[in-house]
Each structure stands twice: as C-alpha cells, then as structure tokens.
Design a protein around this ligand. Structure first.
Ligand code: HEC
Ligand code: HEC
Length: 442
C-alpha cells in the first residue's frame, strides 16, 4: 500500500515537473514572440514617422492620430501586449535601434476588432509597408521580389526561396545569389497557429513535419544573420513552438441555433469529416493531404514548393534536427486543415480566394472579383454567410495605383483561382445553412 502511495506520488511529481516545464516554456515562447524580431532592424526609427509621405491619396501633413492611421493604412492591428507606439507586427529593433517587423506582421490578426497572436493577418499589404518604409529610409522603394499581389495574402514562400538562394548548403551567405526559380505568384493565406498542435504535417501542402522547430526559423535566413546567429536561437524557437502548441481557437461570440447545428453535425460527419476530422469528445484529425486531382483548387502554390527547394532544404541544417531528420517533401495536393475557429479565419482556401463559408459550400456563388474594407470590426464581418463582407466587382478599373489594385481580388490571375473544393455543391440550401451553423460551434 505505502509503496503504491510512494510510486503514485513519484509519478505525480514527475507529471507536475513536466507540466511546469511546459508552462515555463510556453511563457518563454510567448515572451519571445512579444519582444523579439530575430532579424536586425531593416529601417531607422524615423522611417516610421515619415512613411505617410508615401501614402496615396497624398497627404499635406501627418494625420493627427498617426499610430492608428499607420496601422489601418497597412492593415496592422493593435498589439495585445506592451509594444510602445507600434502595432502588432512592428517593433523597436534589437538594442532599441531602428524599427523592425516580426512574426506577427503576418501572424497577428484581428477579428471583430480584437487582436490575436496566431490568427493570420488577412488585412495586411506587406508590399506597401516595405516599399514605403524603404523609401522613408532614403533608399529605393523597390523590393527584390513581390511580397504581396493581393492585400491579405503574401508571398511568404517566395521570400523564403529567395532567402535560400542567397545561401550555400552550409548556410553561409553566398557572394552572388544562386540561380533559383523564384516565384511571386503563390498568393498565400496565413494559417491560424492554433491548428498546428493537431497536425502531423504543416504548411498548406503538408510538406514539412509539424514537429520541426527549425522550419519555423526560415525567416532568420535574412543575409544579415550569419548562420551562427541562427543556430543559437533554436532553443528560443523550441519555446515558441511550445507556445504555438498551447494556443486555442477563439469561440464564436454570437448566438448559435443549436437544433440546426446538431443537424449540421450529422451532415458534416457524412460529407466532411473524412478529410477535416471530428470535433468535441474523441476528436480525431487525420492530417490528410488531398491530391490535387480530387481537391481541384488552384495548383500554383503546390507547384511553387519546388523540388529544387525541397532538395536544397533537405541537405541543410534545417532538415537535420533529429537523428532521422525532419525532411521536407514534395506532396501531391493540399492538406485539409482543421476547422477549429473557422468562423474567424476568413478568407478561405490556401490562397484566400473565397470570402465566406457559404461560398466554400457553393462553388457557383463564389465571387470572381471582389474587394473589401480590410477593417476587422463587426461592420466588416458577414454573420450570415460567415466571413468577410465583400463588394463584388465586374471589371478591374484602369490606371489604378498598385496599392489600390492590391485591394481587389481577381480570381482570374495566376495563383488566385477560386475553383475546386466542390464538396458542398450537391447539398441543398437547408443542408448548407445547417453545416454553417455547426461550423460556428468549432
Ligand atoms: C511574410 C509573412 C510571414 C511572416 C513574417 C511569418 N510567417 Fe509564418 N507563415 C506565413 C504563411 C503565408 C504561411 C503559410 C505558408 C504556406 O504553406 O504556403 C506560414 C506558415 C507558418 C506556420 C505553419 C502553420 C501551419 O499550420 O501549417 C508556422 C508554424 C509559422 N508560419 C510560424 C512562423 C514564425 C514562428 C514566424 C516568425 C519567426 C513566422 N511564421 C513569420 C507567413 C509568414
Ligand atoms: C476530400 C477531402 C475533403 C472533403 C470531403 C471536404 N474538404 Fe474541406 N478542404 C479540403 C482541403 C484539402 C482543403 C484545403 C484546400 C486548399 O486550400 O486549396 C479544404 C478546405 C476547406 C475549408 C477552408 C479552410 C480554410 O481555413 O481556408 C473549409 C471551410 C472547408 N474545407 C469545409 C469543408 C466542409 C464544410 C466540407 C463538407 C461539406 C468539406 N470541407 C469537405 C478537403 C476536403
């Protein structure tokens, strides 16, 4: 008996220590995200002050409430942590020098006017942000490759491939960039971080092991970071991963029709769970990569994760994390994402080409060309179709300045197709609304 008590006590103690370790790691990871940029500051602090001089329409003087106007112009959101005068995604550079961007530029989103670490930022114009801050720094406004084709999406992967082209296999910086097939048409929607803990493989095409810490460090390949600096931060990124694994989706804050949601759950089991998994008690997520032939969504992003990139990545430090390595792989399709908090993660599909859940379930109603306010308050949110309210457009107006053109999602452009995922097309309207009601509960 007493031996049992000692044994149970010892196990409990061990579990408590493990739990306390986790809690500490999560707290450290959160703090790192809220206080570090991981790259030297690209811009002097005065660039932030004078960015307005490059805004369109032209202004005579800086707006009175400059910090708020700055955030709204580029699609950044208030920081839900102490960040001085900067919005989430921008910060003072290391040692107080200059101003920098960080993970939350893209991974700090807002829904119903509330900011969340880990919600993809679907308002951001990264291209305008970089071009204006470069110009305000007295440099050319040009960036070496496209960062954003359409506001709310970005070319994160194109950027990564570009950064790899500047490195040798041992990750030392090259004198001349290597000749890589650079891409600027992948149009990536930023996935919510709270899904990561459920996934076996990550990124839209499931190319990388979701347990890999080093894959989250690819942005550190900025050529101003020597490899030794990157290597040194692995422990910090392990903490960041613990924090990412601890995140939960926010709950839908409006009333839900429970009777309808129950009907929707049964329909979901029959039509959707095979790929998207089950929720609630005994939840199961299959981490399924659905071949392009079956899913039929835009192929550009899948093909953009080139064999050249995968082969190179697999020969570097990034893929040698564990004895066996966390190797990247070219897959044949897109991963069906978990749908926790899906009410908050519009627009949908890997390229953000579908503005609402209703349109996800009825491919015929998907707008071909649309724009939206890029605000995230209740007025911008479509509670009926669930997602963003959009204005449908017929034609692309002529002679638009690029910053205005990027506000228009034209699904006929490369990487931006809104076809495929037709699994809701054969449902009737009542069935669609029931599934949408159920999706609000996730
Ligand atoms: C320029 C915007 C941008 C920045 C900055 C950025 N990310 Fe991402 N991140 C993305 C996009 C876009 C994806 C989806 C890529 C894809 O699959 O095409 C992504 C994917 C991820 C994923 C995988 C999520 C999943 O479920 O598949 C993780 C984890 C992640 N990023 C972590 C980070 C961390 C940590 C940082 C900071 C060091 C960071 N990211 C900086 C845009 C960005
Ligand atoms: C055969 C597998 C499969 C079935 C069945 C399926 N889906 Fe999907 N679903 C996917 C894949 C794969 C994606 C990602 C495609 C992409 O981004 O190109 C996806 C994406 C989505 C998205 C967008 C998620 C986001 O964050 O962008 C929603 C919402 C969704 N599915 C809902 C449903 C619902 C509801 C059903 C049932 C009516 C369903 N799906 C049936 C595979 C499936």
């Amino acid at each position: 008996m007493s031996r049992w008590i000692i044994l149970c006590g010892a196990l409990l103690l061990q579990a408590t220590i493990a739990w306390a370790d986790d809690v500490d790691a999560i707290a450290r990871g959160k703090k790192a995200l809220e206080s570090r940029a991981f790259i030297p500051a690209p811009w002097p602090a005065h660039a932030y002050e004078s960015a307005w001089k490059h805004w369109l329409p032209k202004l005579e003087k800086a707006p009175a409430d400059y910090d708020t106007s700055f955030a709204a112009y580029y699609g950044l959101h208030p920081a839900p942590f102490r960040n001085g005068r900067y919005p989430m995604g921008m910060r003072q550079g290391p040692g107080g020098a200059g101003v920098s961007h960080d993970c939350m530029t893209c991974h700090g989103g807002s829904i119903l006017g509330k900011s969340y670490l880990g919600l993809g930022n679907s308002s951001l114009d990264l291209q305008a942000l970089f071009e204006d801050l470069n110009q305000a720094s007295g440099r050319s406004g040009k960036v070496p490759h496209t960062l954003t084709n359409v506001r709310g999406t970005n070319e994160a992967f194109g950027m990564t491939i570009f950064l790899f082209s500047l490195r040798n296999r041992d990750l030392s910086v090259r004198k001349q960039p290597d000749a890589w097939d650079l891409r600027d048409d992948l149009c990536e929607d930023v996935p919510a971080w709270w899904h990561l803990k459920k996934k076996k493989t990550m990124y839209h095409s499931g190319s990388h092991h979701a347990g890999s810490v080093r894959t989250n460090m690819q942005f550190m390949l900025d050529p101003r970071n020597p490899f030794a600096v990157i290597e040194k931060e692995e422990a910090v990124f392990r903490d960041i991963q613990s924090y990412l694994f601890s995140l939960e989706a926010p709950k839908y804050p409006f009333p839900i029709d429970t009777k309808m949601a129950t009907q929707g759950r049964d329909l979901f089991s029959n039509h959707c769970a095979e790929c998207h998994g089950t929720y609630g008690a005994n939840a199961k997520y299959p981490s399924k990569i659905v071949p392009l032939k079956r899913i039929g969504t835009d192929p550009t992003r899948l093909r953009g994760f080139s064999k050249q990139y995968v082969d190179f990545y697999n020969q570097t430090w990034f893929a040698k994390e564990k004895a066996a390595g966390f190797k990247a792989a070219n897959t044949v399709g897109y991963q069906a994402p978990p749908l926790d908090g899906v009410w908050a993660t519009a627009p949908y599909l890997h390229n953000g080409s579908v503005p609402t859940l209703y349109d996800m379930l009825n491919s015929k109603t998907r707008p071909k060309m649309f724009t939206r306010s890029f605000a995230t308050d209740e007025a911008a949110y479509d509670k009926v179709k669930v997602g963003w309210k959009v204005s449908v457009m017929q034609d692309m107006p002529k002679n638009l300045a690029p910053v205005e053109r990027r506000k228009i999602y034209d699904t006929t452009q490369p990487g931006r197709g809104n076809g495929g995922h037709t699994f809701g097309d054969d449902l009737d309207e009542n069935q669609r609304w029931a599934i949408i009601e159920y999706l609000k509960t996730l």
